[in-house]
Design a protein around this ligand. Structure first.
Ligand SMILES: Nc1ncnc2c1ncn2[C@@H]1O[C@H](COP(=O)(O)OP(=O)(O)OP(=O)(O)O)[C@@H](O)[C@H]1O
Ligand SMILES: [Mg+2]
Length: 318
């Protein structure tokens, strides 16, 4: 869907992005991560031509991005800016409805879509649709920025640190909502963050940048089990390597409630004593498993796994 071939970007003499190569598949959730100033926003903005590249090629649907008319890039690629830039004099509804309006959707379809999206992010349509952006909190504005990018149902969405201004609870809720949504609608998403836990939770694959260059590209499982160099190791430092080596599936679900014998019989059942390595293999194909210990059955999903492994949560040491 999106391919970078030897892409570099210079601002004057400063090489902001250096010889970057990657391919984002259709329906993939691709995360770009790295420290401040490493070139994440620049990389993202080159995809929809908000920033021109200096050398190399970027392909969208197998064609160079320069072949697409600019308006088509804006319509087919939803974009959530790092600095939320809502139009200050337009209402929330008008802000969200921008691309659907340009695409000449019928009014009743636009109204229904706006309300549906507001509800999705926990904002009551009747309270919020007619307000203007200055009447919203920072986190609420950020949520509007996210749903505005989804409004006209584009196949590709670029998101630049979309949840950074949210408190941990709203952040986790929006992350979960986006993962739920992604399961249903399978968009191609390129998502920028500097938060390794967010990257591990959200990404099908992660691309780690450092000073404009790629350090590693791989699945969350590969990042945890085979970090390619010290930079990557340092970055994922707050994931507990000891827990990764010592734990079994049974440890993670120790405090989880049991489920009935006949519940969700279609989900794969995994023995409680499998190690993390095997568990990652299962999670590369399934989002949720049932962990079985004699006659006890418990759910385990990907997010629980990463939460357990993160030092902040301290899942294994309580
Ligand atoms: N318009 C510009 N002119 C000159 N230099 C720029 C410009 N935009 C970005 N840069 C530089 O390019 C580098 C990469 O910037 P970029 O915004 O892509 O970083 P980032 O990874 O998104 O950082 P952050 O996490 O802080 O948002 C930085 O060194 C930045 O100072
Ligand atoms: Mg940035």
């Amino acid at each position: 869907m999106i391919e970078f071939k030897n892409v570099s970007k210079k601002y004057g003499d400063n090489l902001a992005v250096e010889d970057v190569n990657f391919k984002v598949e259709e329906g993939e959730f691709f995360v770009i991560i790295g420290p401040s100033g490493c070139g994440k926003t620049t990389t993202l903005k080159m995809i929809n031509r908000l920033i021109p590249l200096t050398t190399g090629y970027i392909y969208f649907k197998e064609k160079p991005v320069s072949d697409f008319p600019l308006y088509e890039m804006r319509w087919d690629i939803g974009y959530v800016l790092q600095q939320i830039a809502l139009f200050p004099h337009m209402t929330i509804k008008e802000n969200i409805a921008q691309v659907p309006e340009m695409k000449k959707w019928a009014n009743k379809d636009i109204n229904a879509r706006v309300d549906e999206l507001l509800e999705m992010v926990g904002l009551k349509p009747e309270t919020y649709r007619n307000r203007i952006p200055s009447e919203l909190s920072g986190g609420e504005k950020q949520r509007i920025g996210v749903i505005r990018a989804l409004a006209a149902d584009p196949p590709v969405i670029l998101m630049d640190e979309p949840f950074s201004a949210l408190d941990p609870i709203s952040r986790e809720k929006l992350q979960d909502d986006l993962l739920e949504l992604q399961k249903k609608i399978k968009k191609t998403i390129v998502f920028v963050t500097h938060d390794i836990q967010e990257a591990l939770k959200m990404g099908d694959r992660i691309c780690m940048l450092n000073a404009g260059s790629v350090e590693q590209i791989g699945t969350p499982e590969e990042f945890l089990s085979e970090p390619e160099n010290d930079f990557v190791k340092d970055f994922i430092g707050d994931i507990d390597g000891h827990l990764l080596k010592q734990s079994t599936a049974g440890d993670i679900v120790r405090d989880a409630p049991e489920i009935g014998v006949d519940t969700d019989v279609h989900l794969p059942e995994v023995c409680h004593d499998v190690d993390m390595h095997k568990l990652f293999k299962y999670f590369s194909e399934h989002d949720t498993l049932i962990i079985v210990d004699e006659n006890k059955r418990k759910y385990l999903n990907r997010q629980d796994l990463f939460k357990y492994l993160s030092k902040d949560e301290g899942g294994g040491r309580q």
